[in-house]
Design a protein around this ligand. Structure first.
Ligand SMILES: Nc1nc2c(ncn2[C@@H]2O[C@H](COP(=O)(O)OP(=O)(O)O)[C@@H](O)[C@H]2O)c(=O)[nH]1
Ligand SMILES: [Mg+2]
Length: 406
């Protein structure tokens, strides 16, 4: 095989040179455009380079080429993927169409597929076969999925749905079911109960039966049950523990709000102070100083309103030696809960109270609340009756109630 490089301004010109020098049987090994180089390259035109080869008759070969050289050339050819016959044919068509190359260059397909190309084709075929085998493998493993696998996937999905229907978020449901399956091989109610207990028992518990701090401030969205809950706790302390209670309300936005607390104060025979601004708070607290425990009610603040939240922060800073209770409704949705917890997160060490458990069948939200807040719940309320409808949150008991099938 004799190989030669031809450079011309156009492909047609280069092809003519090929024909002239190597004859009709020439094989085009490679064609490429050569970009001009150098400082003034932008002024020079692109050129076409053609690498062509022609087979030399046996006699000639013996005289001209050593066997070693031939095999080296073959190896080079093998590496070059542009040798493919089809590519060459389409190249010729292009040359013919685009550059009016009039002379025909006939190439017999048997001559233009050198041996190395056959190797290339074989390896391509092998790749294709491999792909088909992989595809079939995947199909078969799907088709022959063991009944056991299918059964366990079905039961996993059922367990997730069971938790989701009870109000747990998808994310948490998946976490619990996965944990149950990985530790015990199944997500039965009994195992999920253990997983839930294990997960939440380490959470900080801030529920208590006696109030040690002098000031107890209740915050949270409007209508969630702050005043009612505060009255429930104050009543219990007053009636059962004989504590001397005092009330202060900062909720002066609605007359009914003051009236509501006044009613409870009268029933319990406790003093009630109303503070309209930050300065009032100090005076009011001064007047209530002889009381053992003071309950401070706040107006429902829209957690979406930054100004309201800043006012609340300001007021809270005027009260020392306090505990703050963040009241949230069990009938909220997960997005609201996340937003509320994030907007009240400026308060350090607040206690969580979840109200209106009686108004929802989706108690799973409680787990999401704890998970999001990173702490346990102190109290839950489940009705409007003061003081009865409140209890200290008991994780184990709650999990049992929650997992009970209806
Ligand atoms: N069903 C039910 N209603 C409650 C509960 N707690 C409070 N409420 C009612 O929710 C409404 C708003 O309560 P309120 O204490 O005024 O909420 P505040 O605006 O946060 O102070 C009232 O009608 C309460 O009786 C509860 O646990 N369950
Ligand atoms: Mg209120």
């Amino acid at each position: 095989m004799q190989i030669k490089k031809f450079v011309a301004k156009t492909a047609a010109e280069a092809m003519l040179q090929v024909k002239k020098e190597l004859g009709e049987d020439a094989i085009i090994l490679q064609t490429k455009k050569i970009k001009p180089k150098g400082l003034f390259s932008f002024m020079k035109k692109e050129q076409v380079e053609i690498l062509a080869a022609v087979e030399i008759r046996e006699k000639q070969l013996k005289r001209k080429e050593s066997p070693l050289k031939t095999s080296m050339v073959d190896t080079e050819i093998y590496r070059n993927k542009n040798y493919q016959n089809e590519k060459f044919k389409s190249y010729l068509n292009n040359v013919k169409n685009n550059e009016d190359l009039e002379d025909e260059i006939k190439i017999s397909s048997s001559r233009t597929i050198p041996k190395p190309i056959e190797k290339d084709t074989i390896s391509k075929d092998i790749d294709e076969i491999k792909m088909v085998i992989n595809h079939l493998n995947a199909k078969f493993s799907d088709a022959f999925k063991s009944e056991e696998d299918e059964e366990s996937e079905k039961s996993k999905n059922e367990s997730i749905k069971f938790l989701r229907d009870k109000g747990i978020s998808q994310e948490l449901a998946l976490q619990i079911v996965d944990k149950a399956i990985s530790s015990q091989g199944e997500a039965s109610v009994g195992i999920m109960s253990k997983v839930l207990e294990e997960k939440f028992k380490g959470f900080k518990i801030e529920g208590r039966s006696s109030f040690n701090k002098k000031y107890n401030v209740f915050v949270g969205p409007t209508g969630v049950g702050k005043t009612t809950t505060l009255a429930k706790i104050a009543s219990s302390l007053s009636i059962k523990e004989n504590k001397r209670i005092g009330f202060l309300t900062l909720d002066t936005y609605r007359i009914s709000a003051v009236e509501q607390l006044k009613t409870y104060a009268e029933i319990l025979n406790c003093p009630l102070e109303v503070a309209y601004d930050k300065n009032d708070i100090k005076d009011s607290l001064q007047r209530l100083d002889t009381r053992d425990t003071i309950f401070i009610d706040t107006a429902g603040r829209s957690h979406k309103n930054k100004k309201h939240m800043a006012e609340l922060k300001d007021m809270l800073e005027t009260i020392d030696d306090k505990e703050v209770f963040l009241v949230i409704g069990a009938n909220f949705n997960k997005e609201d809960i996340d937003e509320i917890l994030s907007n009240y997160s400026f308060i350090e060490n607040y206690h969580l109270i979840v109200t209106k458990l009686d108004e929802t069948s989706r108690l799973g939200l409680i787990f999401d609340i704890m998970n999001e807040a990173g702490k346990s719940i102190s109290y839950t309320t489940f009705g409007q009756n003061v003081p009865d409808d409140i209890e200290i949150f008991d994780l184990k008991g709650f999990i049992n109630d929650f997992l009970r099938e209806n």
